[in-house]
Design a binder for this molecule. Structure first.
Ligand SMILES: *[C@@H]1O[C@H](CO)[C@@H](O)[C@H](O)[C@H]1NC(C)=O
Ligand SMILES: *[C@@H]1O[C@H](CO)[C@@H](O)[C@H](O)[C@H]1NC(C)=O
Ligand SMILES: *[C@@H]1O[C@H](CO)[C@@H](O)[C@H](O)[C@H]1NC(C)=O
Ligand SMILES: *[C@@H]1O[C@H](CO)[C@@H](O)[C@H](O)[C@H]1NC(C)=O
Ligand SMILES: *[C@@H]1O[C@H](CO)[C@@H](O)[C@H](O)[C@H]1NC(C)=O
Length: 250
């Protein structure tokens, strides 16, 4: 099925987005051609198993880029870091490989970053901590490894942080306790092995706290008793007990 790219011009900003299973149109093909980053517009299939081009970094006015479900493979080009006006970046549900470029940390206006359902590898760059406007970070279902960088504690606007089904090891950094706006924290099925930091008791807006299928051990910190908005918690601890009877434990 053809993937179709749309490019809209509004308020001096480009918006490019792709959706599968929509008819292609010559207007958007022309627009893409004029934007200079899409090679061949004579084909109806603008993107079938193609790479994200380095020249994408030339679209410096982009504020929103959605290339989800578009059969992209290959790596994330470091030139993504040139899109300094991006507020929303969705590259989910592709076949992207390789590691997250350090230059991602340049996208300081990003509010939403979705890289879920790819084959991304390597450890998370420390520079992710520069994305201080992020409200939603989704890295679910990839092959990410290494420890979580402590700089994630700088993402103080974050409400939704999902990265289940990766290979993250080591400890949950105590700095995550700075994320006081967090509502959803989901890290199911990684390989964390440490006690739960007591600082997590500061995330008082947390409603979904899911850490099962890791190697966490130790007791539940008393401080977690402050998490009055919890709806679902599963820490997957051995000898797990339920000190907070209002919780649904799954
Ligand atoms: C562009 O696509 C057309 C139609 O699929 C194909 O025949 C042509 O070889 C392609 N041109 C280049 C430069 O890839
Ligand atoms: C577009 O990007 C490429 C690769 O980053 C660069 O070499 C080229 O000079 C850029 N072109 C323009 C017109 O900025
Ligand atoms: C961006 O992140 C890196 C790595 O954490 C850090 O060294 C650098 O100071 C940060 N830059 C700014 C301007 O915050
Ligand atoms: C927690 O959520 C409430 C209701 O959405 C909001 O008013 C409050 O500011 C939030 N607290 C923090 C620390 O963000
Ligand atoms: C998890 O980490 C431990 C070391 O902490 C290692 O021995 C084990 O192989 C890892 N398991 C997986 C599935 O990666």
């Amino acid at each position: 099925m053809a993937s179709t790219l749309f490019l809209a011009l509004a308020m001096n900003s480009f918006t490019v987005f792709a959706q599968s299973m929509l008819p292609s149109s010559s207007t958007e093909a022309e627009a893409l051609l004029n934007s200079g980053w899409w090679g061949n517009t004579s084909s109806a299939d603008h993107c079938v198993w193609c790479k994200i081009p380095y020249t994408l970094g030339n679209l410096s006015q982009l504020v929103s880029l959605d290339l989800s479900y578009s059969n992209f493979d290959g790596i994330l080009p470091h030139t993504l870091g040139n899109l300094r006006k991006l507020v929303s970046l969705d590259l989910s549900n592709n076949f992207l490989q390789g590691s997250l470029p350090l230059a991602l940390g340049n996208l300081r206006k990003l509010v939403s970053l979705d890289l879920s359902y790819n084959y991304l590898q390597g450890s998370l760059p420390l520079t992710l901590g520069n994305l201080t406007q992020l409200v939603s970070l989704d890295l679910s279902v990839n092959l990410l490894e290494g420890c979580l960088p402590f700089t994630l504690g700088d993402l103080t606007q974050l409400k939704y942080f999902r990265m289940p089904w990766n290979n993250i090891i080591g400890c949950i950094p105590s700095e995550l306790g700075n994320l006081k706006k967090l509502v959803v924290l989901e890290m199911i099925n990684n390989n964390f092995s440490c006690p739960i930091p007591s600082s997590m008791g500061h995330m008082t807006n947390l409603s979904h706290f899911l850490l099962q299928f890791n190697n966490l051990y130790g007791s539940i910190p008393q401080e977690l008793g402050n998490l009055k908005n919890l709806v679902v918690m599963n820490l997957g601890l051995i000898d797990f007990v339920v000190p907070f009877p209002h919780l649904l434990v799954i």
